[in-house]
Design a protein around this ligand. Structure first.
Ligand SMILES: *Cc1c(COP(=O)(O)O)cnc(C)c1O
Length: 366
């Protein structure tokens, strides 16, 4: 927390609007809309809920195909699979770690040849780096497939002049505890199409019709954000620029401290935009060192410092065994060679010194 969040929560309590919805939810939506420049947004209980509502809007069901980034968190695709869809995964580009447009083109052509147009493409702004909006949008438009941008990790990142999530048919953001800003748990659905957001808003509130009694023409969900959680979000948004500046400084700080170790490289920043550096991720080149990311992770763990492997690719997840994947070798290599370092905006320079010293000692010891 950056200070100010608790005051907003107290305001929410004082108004006696606790949940669901309320004035803080409206305020959070208005501030968020301004921050990302998206005119239509709907605050929800999670990013996963936002994706679920989008798949529902598209009518995703058994027999449908949904194309998704291979290197991501499972929530990018899980709601589509719950709805009965078959996932098809697309490897990332070595130079950006985001969806490889060439492989997406291949997948879309393959689908066209089979005569089965995918219901959606989910392209992920991985670790706070926007995927190649221009190329991916053009491909989706050419094949008539709606593009969902999963910007759960990317709030505040940019693609040229565009904000993360300002692309495709619709996008989602997450305010889970570990994301750029948090509402403890929460998410946002955004689209340039006001109808998409209005229908999602209705479905997130049990699809209640405009009647005095509870009238339902279709079934919905209980996915709206609570007024108390929105109050935390209002407080957090005031610190967004500071948080991103600190995230970027943390990435630069680790790189400066470990610059001389040739076996270490870092997640590249795409020339098309500005990453929010949600996490700082290193790669260990096995041709230049015998030290593995797991050995570094254990060395950090021994100092009570938490680190994590890169997302395990979706095509390698037991739950998606047998799923079609275009490419896959790049995401597998990033999983094998990568390690996400502590990246919380609350880390001080002294903390970076400590982490870097453990990494350095570990790499030197083998
Ligand atoms: C966190 C995350 C989600 C899910 O968001 P929740 O708010 O946790 O439901 C979806 N996609 C990606 C890429 C994420 O990192």
């Amino acid at each position: 927390m950056g200070g100010g969040e608790e005051q907003r929560v107290r305001e929410a309590f004082a108004s006696n609007y606790i949940a669901p919805t309320g004035p803080m939810v409206d305020r959070f939506e208005a501030l968020f809309s301004e921050a990302v420049g998206m005119p239509n947004v709907c605050a929800l209980s999670s990013g996963t809920a936002a994706l679920d509502l989008l798949f529902r809007e598209l009518g995703v069901q058994r027999g449908d195909t949904v194309i998704c980034s291979d290197l991501t968190f499972v929530a990018s695709i899980a709601p589509a699979v719950h709805a009965g869809a078959t996932p098809v995964f697309i490897d990332c580009d070595d130079a950006t770690w985001t969806m490889n447009p060439r492989l997406l083109a291949e997948a879309l052509l393959e689908a066209e040849r089979k005569g089965a147009r995918p219901k959606a493409v989910v392209a992920v702004d991985l670790y706070g780096q926007c995927c190649d909006y221009d190329r991916i949008e053009a491909l989706c438009a050419r094949h008539g497939v709606p593009l969902i941008v999963d910007a759960a990790e990317a709030l505040g990142a940019r693609y040229g002049a565009r904000a993360a999530g300002d692309a495709g048919w619709a996008s989602v953001y997450s305010f889970n505890g570990n994301k750029i800003i948090t509402t403890s748990g929460g998410g946002m659905l955004a689209s340039r199409d006001a109808g998409v957001v209005e229908r999602a808003r209705k479905r997130s509130q049990q699809s209640r019709e405009a009647a005095v009694w509870y009238e339902h023409r279709e079934l919905g969900y209980n996915y709206r954000l609570s007024n108390i959680c929105a109050a935390i979000g209002v407080g957090q948004l005031a610190h967004l620029d500071t948080i991103i500046a600190r995230k970027r400084a943390i990435a630069a700080g680790y790189q400066a401290r470990l610059r001389d170790i040739v076996a270490i490289s870092w997640m590249p920043e795409a020339p098309t935009g500005t990453s929010n550096r949600w996490l700082t991720i290193l790669q260990l080149d096995p041709r230049l060192t015998r030290v593995t990311p797991e050995q570094v992770r254990l060395a950090l763990e021994a100092e009570n410092i938490e680190s994590r492997p890169v997302w395990k690719p979706m095509h390698a997840q037991p739950v998606f065994a047998g799923a079609r994947c275009h490419g896959g070798a790049v995401s597998e290599r990033l999983f094998r060679q990568g390690l996400c370092l502590p990246s919380g905006a609350g880390l001080g320079d002294h903390d970076l010194d400590r982490v870097a010293a453990v990494v350095r000692a570990c790499v030197a010891s083998f």
